[in-house]
Design a protein around this ligand. Structure first.
Ligand code: TYD
Ligand code: MG
Length: 420
């Protein structure tokens, strides 16, 4: 390669110039993949971890990134793969203590407590691992750079180095990154465009479950999730999340409504709770947890204006059980039903679920992916689903036989129909 005198950029050699290829003539290659031996995790990755891929796993400190990666490392090592775990944040003793707690004692899993990149690279060249875990990218540094570890320039340079290692030597690499105060991994999302896969590890520390979300995936679906539960012996996959979210539900409680909501590629049954109580103040309180507060105000206005509820002197509290967040508008009708149920102090049938978007005129609008919502409701033993009338079209007869489907056109129909 020669340096162009004018631009100071490298010129590529004439014999190495890429040629355009017709898209139909490109040979399809199947990427070799390693199984994590966790079916949910494999599914999230698009059918296992692609050899030579670079993934970023981000999340708040203490959420369980190191635990998950150590558990995955063991499963890889148990298949005869060589795994190198760079433990920059914790000493070898701390990591092995954690491994003991998790019951890990297999061959082929190496731990290296090192933070200087050049030393790490020497060890990688020597060991030639199949899988590399970097815990965390923010603590490793390159001596050539004057900036401190975790700075944008360090993190960016390191990610590029690890990418070259991953692609050049075919090492599947996981970079662990802490979410910084601004809510972005390693500063201003500096890594997302470099890596092949971005996984966000989220969850409420008060609740035992954790959610791994694929926000970018060059080798599989995006916006899909896998759910784990943190216990005394590490993380276990939750194959039936609806059961987890419905576990603590008390039946026949006014204000409680179940909605089949969509998370990634799957439907989850989740409980929405409302509490409507007389307000002691002239300005009533309106609070929501896990749901958009603006949506609550809007739905209250719809209920007042279109249905005639007198809610202006009531406090209204709304929450999603289990610490989950629901952002899709398909939750509107469930919110309206929950408010109305609490207001009238009459519970909604325990085997009924509700879904639908509510417009400003009180009309109930169609929601996407109704079939998988219905299937999940059937799967969890629900006998009736209130859904937008327009969604009734195109539902297979086979499905409609297994559950009572009640089409709703205006919000008041759901409230009249359902409050028993
Ligand atoms: P950790 O993996 O260290 O989080 P991160 O690497 O994302 O900072 O997990 C820390 C939390 O997990 C800690 O609060 C203890 C808890 N934990 C368990 O509850 N059970 C376990 O088996 C392990 C290993 C950790
Ligand atoms: Mg950690």
């Amino acid at each position: 390669m020669e340096l162009d005198a004018k631009t100071q950029r490298f010129e590529s050699r004439p014999d190495r110039v890429s040629k355009p290829v017709q898209i139909g003539e490109v040979k399809q290659v199947k990427f070799p993949r390693f199984s994590t031996r966790m079916p949910e995790f494999d599914r999230l990755l698009g059918g296992g971890l692609v050899a030579g891929s670079l993934s970023l796993i981000g999340g708040d400190p203490g959420i369980g990134k190191s635990t998950l990666m150590l558990q995955v490392s063991e499963r890889f090592a148990a298949q005869g793969l060589t795994v190198l775990y760079i433990s920059g944040e914790e000493s070898i003793e701390q990591t092995s203590m954690r491994a003991q707690r998790l019951g890990i004692k297999c061959k082929g899993l190496y731990i290296l407590a090192e933070t200087l990149f050049s030393n790490i690279k020497c060890q990688i060249d020597e060991l030639k691992p199949d899988i590399l875990i970097v815990d965390s990218i923010q603590i490793i540094y390159k001596g050539e750079l004057s900036s401190s570890p975790g700075s944008v320039s360090q993190v960016r340079e390191l990610a590029t180095e690890f990418m070259h290692l991953a692609k050049g030597m075919g090492i599947s690499t996981f970079l662990i990154g802490h979410v910084t105060k601004s809510g972005e991994i390693a500063g201003p999302k500096v890594l997302e465009h470099i890596v092949d896969t971005v996984l966000d590890f989220e969850g409420d520390r008060q609740h035992g479950y954790r959610m791994l979300r694929a926000v970018k995936n060059r080798f599989g679906p995006t916006d899909d999730i896998a759910i784990f539960q943190m216990g005394g012996d590490g993380l276990t996959e939750v194959s039936n999340p609806s059961r987890l979210f419905l576990e603590e539900r008390t039946l026949e409680t006014p204000g409680s409504v179940i909605i089949p909501t969509i998370e990634g590629s799957r439907a989850l049954l989740v409980e929405v709770q409302a509490l409507v109580a007389p307000s002691a103040f002239s300005t009533p309180s309106r609070k929501s947890t896990g749901l958009d507060p603006n949506r609550l105000i809007l739905l209250l206005a719809v209920l007042e204006k279109r249905v005639g509820f007198q809610l202006h002197n009531c406090d209204v509290f709304l929450s999603v059980a289990g610490g989950l967040k629901i952002v899709e508008p398909a939750v509107d009708l469930a919110i309206a039903c929950a408010i109305s149920s609490s207001f009238s102090n009459r519970s909604i049938d325990a085997k009924t679920a509700v879904v639908g978007e509510v417009g400003l005129g009180g009309e109930v609008r169609a929601v996407p992916r109704i079939e998988i919502r219905i299937k999940e409701a059937i799967h969890m033993g629900f006998e009736e689903l209130l859904l937008p009338k327009r969604n009734l079209k195109g539902i297979s007869k086979q499905l409609a036989q297994k559950i009572r489907l009640r089409g709703i056109e205006f919000v008041d129909e759901a409230l009249n129909v359902k409050i028993s």
